[in-house]
Design a protein around this ligand. Structure first.
Ligand code: SF4
Length: 423
């Protein structure tokens, strides 16, 4: 049985946050949302039919993730019909992890109870900060009180696996304020916390304020131009986050993700995200959604009208179809594997690619271990705390020259890489 993760993109939001460059829209009328969901129902069926037939294994869906956008801003009926349809087209494991992204202020107790009845067993709540002045500056549609209410209602509805997103490196934020936010959040004891740094993306209102370097951008949106923390302060926020959450009984299993410790060690780690990070197979539905099946990567059209017009026809929907060659597979394995706290086991690498890690990267690894950005722990290669601070530079050393990958490919007697997607 081969694991498959499903992602459903719900691109509707109450309003656009000032820093947001996700594919999402505010103020789309309910009728248009219904038309979008109709098209997604068709895509799910077409995508199931287009899956490569496995001779000795069938796909089993082990995780489903409703992301966006704000999936909790639409009528739960839309989520319900997608979930029901999925059961018709895919073999969904009885204990599949089913996550729904929720924004405070968009859910009531009855709505959360409805999700729970539908079989959704994990919520990911976008808190971002526990300070109202941060939320206002970010242009979020909720307040801290809205978060409290949504969280308590989620517990009352029965949810026992809740993840909360927080951001750091916010305008005007100090290390102390960020820690204060985390302290307040930790009092709720969520099972999982994702802690990300703010990035200023082109095309957003924040870019006008912080990205252009123009003084005239000050006071755009009626906001004062609070300074972004210096890089050093941002790194201090990250390390303070790790130390604090570890002291509160969490473990970091990926650079930005923390799960509550449990007798079953990986219980609260995101099963869905781990499929991405371990290069498993996943299918995404909806505009802009990405997929990777058997080392073939593709993503859907990003335009809402084009998506609806295609009516689920995967030939019209899928763009940028790329079959990953061995070089791309190895590089991705290294980048993603090193982001995870477990790191990379040489035996697993060799089993996957039929070449030894030291033959391919021995010199690079020795140099990075000597400078203290990588370390061997329990037989696995891992990023150190120092390495996390400069992870982009460290990971760039694992880009391969074309000839190196070609040599590896020639050495593989079968002529095919032993990617784990091909088992
Ligand atoms: S709620 Fe999320 S997806 Fe929607 S606008 Fe804000 S950041 Fe973007």
């Amino acid at each position: 049985m081969k694991e498959l993760a499903l992602y459903v993109h719900v691109p509707f939001c109450v309003r656009k946050c000032y820093y947001c460059d996700f594919l999402s829209f505010a103020e789309i009328p309910a009728e248009d949302r219904t038309v979008y969901f109709d098209a997604m129902m068709k895509e799910m069926g077409e995508a199931a039919a287009a899956l490569p037939k496995q001779s000795n294994a069938q796909y089993e869906v082990t995780s489903i993730y409703f992301g966006g956008g704000t999936p909790s801003s639409v009528d739960p009926y839309q989520i319900a019909r997608l979930l029901h349809q999925m059961q018709d087209y895919y073999r969904v494991s009885r204990d599949a992890e089913i996550t729904l992204e929720v924004n405070p202020g968009t859910v009531t107790l009855p709505k959360l109870q409805e999700y729970y009845k539908l079989g959704i067993n994990r919520l990911s709540i976008g808190a971002q900060s526990m300070m109202n002045h941060d939320l206002m500056h970010l242009g979020r549609a909720h307040s801290v009180a809205d978060f409290y209410e949504a969280y308590r209602n989620a517990r009352t509805a029965g949810f026992r696996n809740i993840s909360v997103d927080v951001m750091m490196g916010l305008p005007g934020q100090t290390v102390g304020e960020h820690l204060e936010s985390l302290r307040e959040l930790a009092e709720f004891h969520p099972e999982h916390i994702s802690a990300y740094s703010l990035t200023v993306e082109e095309g957003t209102p924040y870019y006008e304020i912080y990205g252009t370097g123009r003084e005239a951008a000050d006071n755009i949106l009626g906001l004062s131009k609070l300074p972004l923390p210096e890089e050093e302060a941002e790194r201090a926020m990250y390390h303070a986050t790790v130390n604090f959450l570890v002291s509160m009984g969490y473990h970091r299993y990926e650079i930005s993700n923390f799960a509550k410790n449990d007798a079953e060690p990986e219980r609260y780690e995101s099963r869905h995200n781990k499929v991405y990070w371990t290069r498993g197979d996943y299918l995404g539905f909806g505009i802009g959604a990405s997929s990777m099946i058997a080392n073939e990567r593709f993503s859907n059209v990003r335009n809402l009208a084009d998506y609806i017009e295609a009516q689920g026809d995967t030939k019209k929907l899928r763009k940028d179809v790329t079959k990953l060659d061995l070089k791309a597979q190895i590089e991705e394995y290294m980048f993603l594997g090193l982001r995870m706290a477990k790191g990379i086991l040489p035996e697993a690498f060799e089993e996957t690619f039929d070449v030894s890690l030291s033959d391919l990267y021995g010199e690079v690894i020795d140099a990075l271990v000597s400078e203290g950005t990588l370390a061997w722990e329990d037989g696995a290669l891992q990023l150190t705390a120092k390495g996390i601070d400069v992870s982009n530079r460290v990971l760039s050393y694992f880009l391969l020259e074309d000839e190196e990958a070609e040599e590896t490919e020639e050495e593989d007697a079968a002529g095919e890489p032993k990617g784990k997607e091909q088992t």
